[in-house]
Design a protein around this ligand. Structure first.
Ligand code: ZN
Length: 259
């Protein structure tokens, strides 16, 4: 069975387009335009075929499939990522938090529409970016339903994929998402996708400090690097369960300078 890397990006920046993400925990996820361009060029030169999130379930997979995804709906997705993707004829999936729309440094409805018209998939990343494992079932339903509805209205697409803010979710999140017509729920546990998984789909976070050498190993599915990263991830999620979200965040921030 083919394993597929699902890459997870957030914001990009260049000299003309500062990201506005200045705290240490945010900057970890901000890549330069050049870093992203180099990574995409590498994928193209090495025969990778980007798929939309909604194509993960298809029977006929290309030889070297990869999914490129963005969380949050930062405006650089439109200004910096889209031109690079279009030039290479690449597709990507943009998980958007509807409560951020029109805020400074985030996408507006016209830009979201343009992404959709350009062949990109629009997915939901909730209304208010809460941690779903802290919510009641009623709150989860609200976050899933309202973001789906608003993004469908803006983009003209049927919204069928969701990514959980901070990668935090319960099994119940997937059940509720499915009831509302979502197909896939993406998390941020480190790993590769394998059919037919639809709940807590693992992704590979590409961060500012991810070197080109590491990027190549990750998409090439280097076994040792994957095992090492996975162990670190399991260690962190174990501490999360023991400590609860609040304490976990403080400690993680302290240890790694990450959110
Ligand atoms: Zn997010």
């Amino acid at each position: 069975m083919k394993k597929i890397p699902v890459l997870m990006y957030h914001a990009l920046e260049d000299a003309q387009h500062p990201s506005g993400q200045d705290s240490l925990s945010e900057r970890v996820y901000v890549l330069t335009r050049e870093q992203f361009a180099e990574q995409m060029a590498y994928l193209q030169q090495n025969g990778f075929t980007p798929l939309l999130a909604r194509q993960l379930q298809q029977v006929d997979l290309p030889q070297k499939p990869v999914v490129i995804s963005f969380d949050d709906g930062h405006v650089s997705n439109f200004h910096l990522a889209l031109p690079i993707l279009l030039k290479l004829q690449f597709v990507a999936t943009f998980f958007i938090t509807t409560g951020f729309i029109k805020q400074a440094h985030y996408l507006n409805p016209e830009q979201i529409r343009f992404l959709a018209k350009s062949g990109m998939e629009i997915g939901s990343h909730s209304v208010s970016h809460p941690f779903f494992d802290d919510l009641t079932a009623q709150q989860v339903r609200y976050e899933l339903a309202h973001s789906k509805q608003e993004l469908a209205k803006i983009s003209g697409q049927n919204i069928v994929n969701f990514s959980a803010p901070g990668g935090r979710l319960h099994l119940q999140t997937c059940q509720l998402a499915q009831q509302q017509g979502y197909q896939g729920v993406f998390g941020s546990t480190f790993g590769l996708y394998q059919q037919p998984l639809l709940c807590n789909i693992p992704r590979i976070a590409i961060k500012r400090h991810t070197s080109m050498a590491q990027f190549k190993q990750l998409v090439a599915q280097n076994r040792w690097l994957l095992v090492k990263k996975r162990l670190l991830d399991v260690g962190l999620s174990h501490s999360k369960k023991l400590l609860g979200n609040d304490h976990y965040l403080k400690i993680r921030h302290f240890l790694l300078g990450q959110k």
